[in-house]
Design a protein. Sequence first.
Length: 421
Amino acid sequence: MLKSAEIQRRQSEIRQSLSELVGKEKPTEDETRKMGELDVEYRSNETRFRASLIAEDAERKEAGADLETRSDKDYADLIGKFEMRQIALALDEGRQLDGATAEVVQELRNRGGYRGMPIPWQALEKRAGETIASGTPDPKVTAPIIDRIFADSVAVRMGASMVNIDHGLQEYPVTTSSVAAAWQTSETGSVGGPTAYATTDRPLAPNSTLGITMKITRKTLKQSGDALEQAVRRDMNGCMAVAMDKAVFLGAGASGEPAGVLVGSYSITSTAVSDVASWAAFRAAVTRFITANAAGGPGSVRLLIRPEVFDFMDDSLITNTAVSEWDRLIKNIPNPIMSSNALAAPTGSPLATKALLTVTTGGVPPIFVGTWGGAIDLIRDPYSDAASGGLRLTALATMDVTVSRPAQLEILTGVEIEAGA
């Protein structure tokens, strides 16, 4: 109990005792002496009470500042203890949630409505002890929501910002005007005329919902422990990461899919290479970025290509040297990103594909990926597998894609990976 509260309680007791003594017409010597002692104690406690309030106010401020900095860390620690198997058993048997899992689910329900059990995005990350690729973020490290789950995804590596939205539509106003400076041409002349400051809103709308369905047999539910936990997490993580990554770049903008960067009408510059893949083709695009003041050098540019482009360039040697076109590329762009999921397969004759270049300018990411609700909605289907006692789960996630400034992206088409006839 706070010291100020203890003093207040004692003051209340003193007042009650004094009221009883004062009510007597002829108090005894002991009662008169006791009234004096209580009066002295009451006045002393008033001073102590004020001092306690001052001390506790400072403690509250320190504790408040500590809680503000600790809140994300504490939530991340709870997520680290989240158990997927509790969710599966709650949906299958109606088992009561407990521990950190119950706290996280309750917190998510307070933020928004879910038909089924909410699963936080961070819960899909792989946990320590699994055989996983190096570079997967430690689940105990506090990081922005969602980014940790798909930290190795192409979208994040290409500079996309993962944004969590509680509800409704969210817009990002991005400056699109160009302010020009002009010198005063004479002593009484004016400088350049005013330039309108213009912004363009880049909306993210909850119009596209991604879903996956998983079947868990009765035997698995009864037989598996931690193995079920890891299997569900791995499958959901892998399936959703692949589907979301593909939608960011190749989403059709129809049939429920968001409009991907390479497909949507974002006014992104598209340049036809119409030649074999070479460092010269990519260098020209990098030069355009630098000329437009979007990049300070090739090191700040991100490049997305198909694996077939790497294969072709690595096999293309500069005449009379042992240096390949790939060697020249990675000397200037050290970490090009290769994906067969984010870019469509090569087509045509000669075979050709696309490439994408992005750059982060002034801290503004080139791509925004929005997800809604802060969690995946996991819903149980109690009918489809009722005859076998199995459990069918549907996971739903709502997302959308948009770009910031078109000048921060460029699409290269006709990047050939075989010589023409």
